[in-house]
Ligand binder design. Structure first.
Ligand code: HSE
Length: 320
C-alpha cells in the first residue's frame, strides 16, 4: 500500500442496495431501497495513482471494465479528483442483482464505490458530497441526464424524495413498516437511455396537475399509514403510459396483480421490472406462487422477489 496523509485505511468493502424509483407519480424524484439485492464494492489502495477495476463478479462478463464507462469507477474517480488523491485504487464489483433492469443497478455500484472510497479517508466528506460523486457515476448510465431517484434511496435507505440537487435537498420519509414489495423482473433488458427516448418533452398542464395531486396524496398516504390512499395515488400519468409498450404483457400483469390484492402496480424506474406493494409480507408470500404460475401462463421468463422497504441502506462490510 502507498502511504498517504489522506488515508486512514487501505481496504473497504461496502454493500449498497437495489432500489425502486419513480414509485408511481414520483417520476425522477421518489424511490425506496430494497432488502438483500444489491452490489458489494471493494476498494483497495494500490501502489499506483489511478483506478483499476480488478474484478467484476455476477455480471456474466457484460459490464464494462473500462474505468470511464463503469458507474463504480467513475464515482470513485470523481471523489479521488475532488480530494487531489495521491494514491490509486483497485476496485472489485460484486453484483448481486440484475442490471439494465430498472432496480438501480448502476446506482448501487456508484453509491457502493463512493461510500467505500470515502470510508478509507482520514477526513471524510459530507453525505451530500459523497452522494454527488455517486451521482457522477450514475450520470453515465443515463446519457448525462441527472436524476438521483435511485442514488438517494441507495445512499440513505428507506423512502426518499429528491426535492433538489443544487443544493442537495433529499427528504427521507418513515414508511409503513408492514408494507411489502413484490418485484417482477422479466428477463429482458431496457436501458434507462432507451426508456427515456419514448417520453414526451412536454406534458399538458392537466397531466402535470394530475401528477402533482397524486404525488402529494401518495406522500400523505405514506405519512399517515393510509394504505387505501397509497393504493389510489400510485399512478404515473407522465412516464408510464408511454413505457407500457416496452414491457410485454404489462396490462395482463397489472390486472392480475390488482386481482391478487396489490395496492397498485407500476413500472420500477425505467423498467422492465414492474412491482406492486402489498399490505404485509404474509399477503405477499400467499400470492407469490400464484404470480409465478401466471408468469408461466403468459410465457414470461421472470424472477419474483419479495422485499420490505430497506430502512438501513448501505452497510460497511469490511474496513482495514
Ligand atoms: N427515473 C428514471 C426514469 C430512472 O424513469 O427514467 C431512474 O433514475
Amino acid at each position: 500500500m502507498k502511504s498517504s496523509k489522506l488515508l486512514k485505511y487501505s481496504y473497504s468493502k461496502v454493500f449498497a442496495p437495489a432500489t425502486v424509483s419513480n414509485v408511481g407519480p414520483g417520476f425522477d424524484t421518489f424511490g425506496f431501497a430494497l432488502d438483500k439485492l444489491g452490489d458489494i464494492i471493494e476498494a483497495r489502495v494500490n501502489v499506483g495513482n489511478g483506478i483499476t477495476i480488478s474484478g467484476i463478479t455476477g455480471d456474466n462478463g457484460m459490464l464494462s471494465r473500462n474505468i470511464k464507462k463503469n458507474t463504480a469507477s467513475v464515482a470513485a474517480l470523481s471523489l479521488l479528483k475532488a480530494i487531489n488523491a495521491d494514491f490509486g485504487l483497485d476496485i472489485i464489483i460484486n453484483k448481486n442483482m440484475p442490471f439494465s433492469s430498472g432496480i438501480g443497478s448502476s446506482a448501487a455500484s456508484a453509491v457502493g464505490a463512493a461510500i467505500a472510497v470515502n470510508s478509507l479517508l482520514r477526513k471524510k466528506l459530507s453525505d451530500e458530497e459523497v452522494l454527488l460523486h455517486a451521482l457522477e457515476g450514475e450520470k453515465i448510465a443515463s446519457a448525462g441526464d441527472i436524476h438521483a431517484d435511485n442514488v438517494a434511496p441507495a445512499y440513505y435507505g428507506g423512502f426518499t424524495i429528491v426535492r433538489s440537487l443544487s443544493p442537495v435537498d433529499i427528504i427521507r420519509l418513515p414508511f409503513p413498516k408492514a408494507i411489502t414489495c413484490v418485484i417482477i423482473y422479466p428477463h429482458i433488458s431496457i436501458t434507462t437511455k432507451e426508456s427515456r427516448k419514448v417520453l414526451p418533452i412536454q406534458v399538458p398542464i392537466g397531466t402535470a396537475v394530475k401528477q402533482s395531486a397524486n404525488a402529494g396524496a401518495l406522500i400523505a398516504g405514506i405519512l399517515t399509514g393510509n394504505n387505501k390512499l397509497i393504493s389510489r395515488s400510485m399512478i404515473d400519468s407522465i412516464a408510464e403510459p408511454h413505457r407500457i409498450q416496452l414491457i410485454p404483457h404489462y396490462n395482463e400483469l397489472r390486472t392480475f396483480m390488482l386481482e391478487q390484492g396489490a395496492l397498485n402496480f407500476n413500472i420500477s424506474g425505467s423498467g422492465p421490472t414492474v412491482f406492486s406493494l402489498f399490505e404485509d409480507m404474509q399477503k405477499a408470500k400467499q400470492v407469490k406462487s400464484e404470480i409465478i404460475n401466471q408468469l408461466k401462463a403468459l410465457k414470461i421468463e421472470a424472477d419474483v422477489y419479495l422485499s420490505k422497504i430497506n430502512q438501513q441502506g448501505p452497510l460497511q462490510l469490511g474496513l482495514d
